[in-house]
Design a protein around this ligand. Structure first.
Ligand code: PAF
Length: 282
């Protein structure tokens, strides 16, 4: 696996690969890799000649300084996992390479970044939009792969691609779950064993909401039941459970077309913030 920390040598290397007509898949990550990330790498390898994985803990997408400071950084271990998974290129830049000291550029995605995650993490999607644009510009991939766990992020990146005319294809890869259903996330490794047990409440709440919808309960009743279920667990705080349109994430109060709806949830276990989602129909 080739490892690059600087942009110019990576660009020069990729230029040669493109001249050789090799197709390129990009898997952007913030590291602390888990099997969910390796599934993204597997998808990219199956569909492209060359797979580039980026590992960069992007400061502009964190609205909480302590969350940024505590985000796990495990470059050596990640690098070994990528090598083992058959990744071709690792791009692991430092902040100086990615952001000019005086960078103040912001992105606004209209309604899409004011709801759900955007409401609870102001500025988050501006930071995601910025760093993903930089990565698309640097790597110029044919396809970029993202996990469906960050459902709203994928909607934002889809809009980014359309508005900035990035010439690439985006692919959302289904959530990879632990045996008990917990969505895999780099944040899970920060959970203490008892918190890890409780974290499953978010996935269970999605299943509960789905089944209550099927029984014809009102969305208001469902929200209340989910809140009760979550907050019966010590250290668990629900931020939101939402029923939304799959495409634009506008809130729904009932389901007329199951294939057009998604359930989304976010909350804390202790100080660890987790998100998850469930399509009403695959
Ligand atoms: O999903 C992530 O890990 C990050 O938000 C991303 C897309 C790598 C941008 O920093």
């Amino acid at each position: 696996m080739e490892i690059f920390k600087q942009i110019a040598p990576l660009r020069a290397y990729l230029k040669i690969q493109k001249e050789r007509k090799l197709s390129i898949g990009l898997v952007p990550t913030m590291g602390a890799l888990h099997p969910g990330h390796l599934t993204l790498i597997g998808n990219s390898r199956a569909e492209n000649d060359l797979t580039v994985c980026s590992i960069y803990v992007n400061p502009t997408q964190f609205n909480n300084a302590s969350d940024l400071a505590k985000y796990p950084r495990l470059l050596e271990k990640d690098s070994a996992m990528l090598e083992e998974a058959g990744c071709d290129v690792l791009f692991a830049p430092a902040n100086e390479a990615m952001y000019a000291a005086a960078s103040e550029l912001k992105m606004d995605f209209g309604d899409l970044d004011k709801i759900l995650e955007g409401k609870f993490r102001p500025g988050h999607f501006s930071g995601v939009g910025l760093v993903v644009s930089k990565l698309f510009n640097i790597v110029q991939p044919d396809v970029a792969y993202f996990g469906q766990k960050d459902y709203q992020q994928f909607a934002v990146i889809t809009r980014l691609k359309e508005e900035l005319l990035f010439d690439l294809r985006l692919k959302a890869v289904p959530i990879v779950r632990e045996k008990d259903g917990l969505a895999m996330s780099s944040r899970n490794m920060r959970l203490a064993p008892d918190q890890r047990q409780r974290a499953i409440v978010f996935y269970q709440s999605l299943l509960l909401a789905k089944s209550l919808l099927e029984q014809g309960k009102s969305w208001k009743q469902i929200e209340e039941e989910v809140k009760r279920k979550c907050e019966a667990q010590p250290e668990v705080k629900l931020e939101y459970i939402a029923l939304a349109d799959r495409k634009n994430l506008n809130p729904l109060n009932n389901v007329t077309d199951r294939s057009a709806a998604v359930l989304l949830i976010a909350g804390y276990v202790g100080e660890i913030r987790l998100i998850d989602n469930l399509l009403l129909e695959e």
